[in-house]
Design a protein around this ligand. Structure first.
Ligand code: SF4
Length: 235
């Protein structure tokens, strides 16, 4: 597998937001969202076997004890792992990796663009599936069959950069009965690029639109961008 980075941080943008989590960032993406904040994962990366990745995750999950770490499952400090990218489902080995992590007792999340099929992933993997809005630059890329396999533990996320995006997300949510299909629907305002490449979306505007429409979705703010500088990698 080709991996950009493996690191510990705080889960930032799902119903698991705020929890310590180990992130495995897979290299490569076939989309080019206008506000993508992980373009550094498009190319490069390091070749790693599934065994290498599991060993690294195990190291990062362990509780430090007098300068040494213990690898006993019961003593893990972190048992939440997220596969992300890039687009993790471009690499076929993402599926066996997810299975091995589940077998190892981890809770496994995957963040995916929604363009790839999620059907081969084990049901126990919690899928956080994007639906790209019109102003993402990648509209109409959602793999509609994903609606047939997404489950009541999973989450659908819209990243919102305009009123037009908001209306698309609201109408898609209603038209496809997303609130009945999944555990949570997330509306995430775009965080401004610190170098000014793309503007931010006002979280307050999105919050007020959600309230005005009486929409029971969750406003998602990217916690890690408030904790650390928004351009910081590996957090
Ligand atoms: S799908 Fe994700 S990684 Fe790919 S371009 Fe869009 S935001 Fe970036």
């Amino acid at each position: 597998m080709i991996i950009t980075e493996i690191f510990r941080s705080i889960q930032g943008e799902s119903t698991h937001a705020g929890l310590p989590c180990i992130f495995v960032r897979l290299t490569g993406c076939n989309l080019r969202c206008t506000w993508c904040d992980t373009a550094y994962a498009f190319h490069g990366g390091t070749k790693m076997s599934i065994e290498d990745i599991l060993a690294r995750v195990e190291d990062l999950s362990a509780v430090a004890k007098d300068g040494e770490s213990t690898k006993e499952t019961s003593a893990r400090a972190i048992s939440l792992v997220e596969l992300t990218g890039g687009e993790p489902l471009l690499q076929p080995d993402a599926i066996p990796l997810a299975k091995r992590l589940l077998d190892g007792g981890y809770t496994v999340l995957i963040e995916t663009s929604g363009e790839r099929s999620i059907a081969q992933l084990p049901r126990e993997v919690i899928k956080i599936v994007d639906v790209k809005c019109p102003d993402s630059g990648e509209p109409d890329t959602f793999h509609m069959e994903n609606l047939d396999v997404i489950g009541d533990r999973d989450e659908i996320k819209f990243v919102i950069s305009s009123r037009r995006d908001y209306e698309f997300a609201r109408d898609f949510t209603r038209k496809h009965g997303l609130l009945e299909r999944v555990h949570q629907v997330l509306f995430s305002p775009v965080h401004a690029d610190p170098e000014g490449t793309w503007p931010g979306m006002s979280a307050r505007d999105v919050a007020e639109w959600i309230l005005a429409d009486g929409l029971p979705v969750r406003l998602g703010l990217q916690l890690h961008k408030f904790i650390w500088h928004p351009a910081t990698r590996g957090v």
